[in-house]
Ligand binder design. Structure first.
Ligand code: NDP
Length: 254
């Protein structure tokens, strides 16, 4: 290991789903700042184009909807043919919806689980096959503290993120003997469009959220970005199968 900069991602290529905005954009930004290259994906081209312009020449994009699971093998093939082997996969794309459980339709539930869990499995499988053949890789899931706590009105979201957390441990057990580490980051309240929507329409919600957060503030998207750099880097070479809370202390529990 190069002891001078164990956090360097020099020469590494990362695929980051949902990288055109929010947390995904900052994960891409931090990986580029750490020396890596990124391919970001999302359903809308304009934010992806603007994001890559901001990120610079080591950033590229592919328009892709992760719920089109039959296209994910092709996505990985196209990226590897064009930009080289994917060293880091960050499954960040996700959706949420706040509704009391009794109002959640089967369609609502399926849509959220399809995006946040089923697609994550399919894309991970597509990348992991290639990583295992090369005997190197780091797979990072962006899960949520909702996987661990009974936050009201997010039944489908919590189910999907809990599924991801369970999957991380199994995949880490299966892939780590082949040089591929699998971990997750469980963000707390992070300032993005998703959390703004979640807080809207209920003025007390912010106060309640901060009461649960010992650090007394929302996190910034790059707080998740730097955690991803750590997990992707040589500094975390002996770290696999963990869920890293980045949540201002929410997970302390009090
Ligand atoms: P945003 O809504 O701000 O961004 C979500 C991103 O995912 C967008 O770039 C969106 O792009 C993309 N995306 C959504 N659906 C799809 C799809 N089907 N295919 C491809 N891309 C898609 O969310 P955040 O940045 O806040 O959240 C990112 C991740 O962090 C999510 O997994 C979320 O669950 C998790 N998280 C966030 C927290 C927070 O407080 N913000 C807390 C805990 C976890 P487009 O619309 O163009 O497809």
């Amino acid at each position: 290991m190069d002891q001078t900069n164990v956090f360097s991602l020099d020469g590494k290529l990362a695929l980051i789903t949902g990288g055109g905005s929010g947390i995904g954009f900052d994960i891409a930004k931090c990986i580029v700042l750490a020396g890596g290259s990124v391919v970001i994906t999302g359903r809308r081209e304009q934010p992806l184009r603007e994001a890559t312009e901001t990120l610079g020449e080591r950033a590229h994009y592919q328009v892709n909807d992760v719920t089109e699971r039959a296209l994910l093998d092709n996505l990985v093939e196209t990226i590897e043919t064009t930009y080289g082997p994917i060293d880091i996969l960050v499954n960040n794309a996700g959706i949420n919806m706040k509704k009391p459980a009794l109002d959640v339709t089967d369609e609502d539930f399926d849509r959220i689980v399809h995006t946040n869990l089923n697609a994550v499995f399919s894309l991970t499988r597509a990348c992991a096959q290639r990583m295992i053949a090369r005997k190197r890789g780091s797979i990072i899931m962006i899960s949520s503290m909702a996987a661990y706590y009974g936050i009201d009105r997010v039944a489908a979201y919590a189910a999907s993120k809990s599924g991801v957390e369970g999957m991380v441990k199994v995949l880490a057990s299966e892939f780590s003997p082949h040089g591929v580490r699998v971990n997750s980051i469980a963000p707390g309240f992070i300032e993005t469009a998703m959390s703004k929507t979640a807080m809207s329409g209920d003025p007390d919600r912010f106060t309640r959220a901060m009461r649960r957060t010992p650090m007394g503030a929302f996190g910034k998207p790059d707080d998740i970005g730097w955690a991803a750099v750590f997990l992707a880097s040589e500094a975390a070479r002996y770290v696999t199968g963990v869920s890293l809370p980045v949540d201002g202390g929410n997970s302390i529990g009090f």
